[in-house]
Ligand binder design. Sequence first.
Ligand code: MN
Length: 229
Amino acid sequence: MSYLFAPPPPPTLPILDSDQVFPIRRAFCVGRNYAAHAAEMGNEVDREAPFYFLKSAHHVLFADGGEVPVPPRTENYQHEIELVAALDRGGTGIAVADALDHVLGYAVGLDMTRRDLQQDSKDKRRSWDTSKDFEYSGLCSVLCPPGKGARPDQGAITLHVNGALRQSGDLADQVWSLAEIIADLSTLYQLEAGDVIFTGTPSGVGPVVAGDALLGAIEGIGTLNVQLR
Ligand code: MN
């Protein structure tokens, strides 16, 4: 047996101060995880259960210092700065108290969104796939291990566009903690090493266009510089 064509290499993220790279298996994304962002989108926060959507692993990439194309078919392409967690251990029924033991490291991420298509999908009660899961939609920095001081539960999270502050929040304001998210996801899925989680965005989301320079930062974790083309 041989492959009909060469399979693509697995998507990966670099790890701070390591020669090894992290192979990405799946990318889970959390919706409405900061009350102020939920409010700006016209939603109330729901503490009954977090909700999720997914991005294809090949749509997630290391983008720090790189150029990223603006996708086609949108007139309202928006940034969402997010904490990303990368798991190197899987499981089901993971307890909240054990959840962070499954995390290899954290990255600064951008959940790029075709907001116009998302609004149309919401209006028509359709899925978010075309607004959230497209090429270059999951942008990440290098992964910073917890041992280097990175933590998921507190710290400033900001995004500047062309030097102007657009988003500003604190990880402490997440509706669902990362540990709660991992525990909940592990009741829906068999989590595996290689899974990554985009944990939601604080308020201040807005449009960007080709030529814009994005600078994301999370205290204790790192920065993410992206040029749009
Ligand atoms: Mn998001």
